[in-house]
Design a protein around this ligand. Structure first.
Ligand SMILES: [Zn+2]
Length: 481
């Protein structure tokens, strides 16, 4: 029997505010333990929470970007559970009246046979809640330490519908979601700092069956790759179990990245009963339509819309467009290059290969790129005009990054101008033909590969500066003539 997975994702994103969700403590990351705490976020009796308006606005911003129905009236609730990182023994969250209701996210994904398709993934809700503190175990032998600096930092929990059907789709959903969160500037989305976290709900069912199988929740997923791997593992584990006659139990499992497996953390019987009830210290309130409209008016062009515009306006391939828009700064860099006169296809290719490779090697982000988009466009224009060969241009790029000089200056100083003088090239071609009779004979016998040796000899003769297009033309003519 064939089985298909049913996957839903819960993403927690820390909203980028200066102060916490219900008090004025700082949200600064990496401060000394428990230095950003007060009676409110420590849950002292008699202290009262006050909602942070900036956090509410960021939450609405995300909702609008995900086409969610923003609530007219909303409420906060207490989610009760006992754990040392939660000083009040309840978390202020939202239960039945979340700030954002149903929405959707369009994603670009690849099918198993490598075809690019567009999929619409439903968003169930996106609600506000406060983060918990953090337990520290490392290097401590007699117990654990707790740091409440994180306690009370605003989170938005974005819950997807169980619409995802493969680990690849889950990965692409997360990538698309992260891009949107960065475009609307609500979070730094740094998984290493924990400002973006993801849990996955996975079940399998026989293909054609409508009813969902029993779902398992996987936690402890610290990167998108881990999410993909954990889901893949879980699909195989569940399918094998069902085929072996076992019943899947509803449970929470943790991912062990070292072993590449999931293991049981708690079963349904041990699951929390959160006993939600309305937070009595925060009354339900109505959102004004003007506020929502004013936030909507400030939304930027979103990644999917930008990709579609790139394809239409610049004629670049679909795949290129989606890679370029994943990162806002990269998309802006590309667009700036084209506005400076570089050809769109050339700019797209060079950014995705040479420029990103250079940045990766130096471990720097595109916003800190040592070669400004205007300068990079200058280099690309030299390539397109045939002034320098592609090979030379790669070296020039490195030189530009190291010295900050413009491409044309480097080319002039070092005498790197490509030789397009047909007379000179013709001489080099004749010399190469005379010196390589074996390659010539092989080519004439139908071996296209033999051309490589001849081109190599010509390039050596011209110190790599001959225009490859002209070399090819003359060489073909001479050999056939
Ligand atoms: Zn506080």
């Amino acid at each position: 029997m064939n089985y298909e997975p049913v996957i839903g994702l819960e993403v927690h994103v820390q909203l980028k505010t200066w102060s916490k969700l219900f008090c004025s403590c700082s949200t600064e990351f990496g401060a000394e333990g428990n230095s950003h705490t007060c009676p409110v976020c420590l849950g002292w009796p008699g202290s009262l929470p006050v909602l942070n308006e900036a956090a509410l606005k960021l939450g609405i911003r995300v909702g609008l970007a995900l086409n969610c129905k923003v609530a007219e009236r909303l409420k906060f609730d207490r989610k009760n559970y006992f754990y040392p990182d939660l000083p009040k023994a309840y978390q202020i969250s939202q239960f039945d009246m979340p700030v954002n209701g149903k929405g959707e996210l369009l994603i670009e994904t690849k099918t198993a046979d490598g075809k690019m398709i567009e999929r619409k993934i439903g968003i169930t809700r996106a609600h506000l809640e406060e983060d918990a503190g953090k337990l520290l175990h490392e290097g401590i032998t007699d117990g654990s330490l707790v740091d409440y600096n994180r306690g009370g930092i605003p989170l938005l929990e974005i819950v997807s519908e169980p619409d995802l059907r493969s680990p690849q789709e889950a990965y692409d959903y997360l990538t698309a979601l992260k891009a949107i969160l960065q475009y609307v500037e609500v979070s730094d989305c740094d998984m290493e700092k924990g400002s973006l976290r993801c849990d996955a709900n996975v079940s399998v069912r026989p293909v054609g069956q409508e009813k969902f199988g029993t779902k398992v929740e996987i936690k402890n997923l610290n990167s998108f790759k881990m999410v993909q791997k954990a889901i893949q593992y879980e699909i195989e584990r569940q399918t094998e179990a069902i085929e072996g006659g076992e019943t899947i139990v509803q449970e929470t499992r943790l991912w062990d990245d070292g072993k590449g497996t999931t293991f049981s953390m708690r079963s349904k019987e041990e699951a929390h009963d959160y006993r939600y009830f309305p937070e009595p210290d925060l009354v339900p309130f109505t959102l004004s339509l003007e506020l929502v409209k004013s936030i909507e008016a400030t939304l930027p062009e979103l990644p999917m819309a930008r990709a579609k515009r790139f394809i239409k306006e610049f004629g670049i391939p679909e795949y290129d467009a989606y890679v370029l828009v994943q990162e806002k700064k990269l998309a802006e860099y590309f667009e700036a290059c084209v506005r400076e006169g570089a050809g769109a296809k050339t700019a797209s290719n060079w950014i995705q290969t040479e420029l990103l490779a250079m940045l990766n090697a130096k471990n720097i982000a595109i916003e800190d790129c040592p070669v400004a988009s205007k300068e990079f466009a200058g280099l690309l224009k030299l390539v397109e005009a045939g002034t320098v060969s592609g090979k030379t241009a790669k070296d020039v790029l490195q030189e530009m990054a190291a010295t900050g000089k413009a491409a044309d200056v480097i080319v002039k100083e070092k005498g790197l101008t490509q030789v397009s003088d047909t007379g000179l090239i013709e001489k080099a071609v004749e010399k190469a033909i005379a010196a390589n009779p074996v390659a010539v004979a092989e080519f004439k016998a139908g071996k296209q590969k033999a051309l490589g040796a001849l081109v190599g000899a010509i390039m050596k003769e011209t110190q790599g500066k001959a225009n490859p297009k002209i070399v090819n033309e003359i060489l073909q003519k001479k050999l056939q003539g």
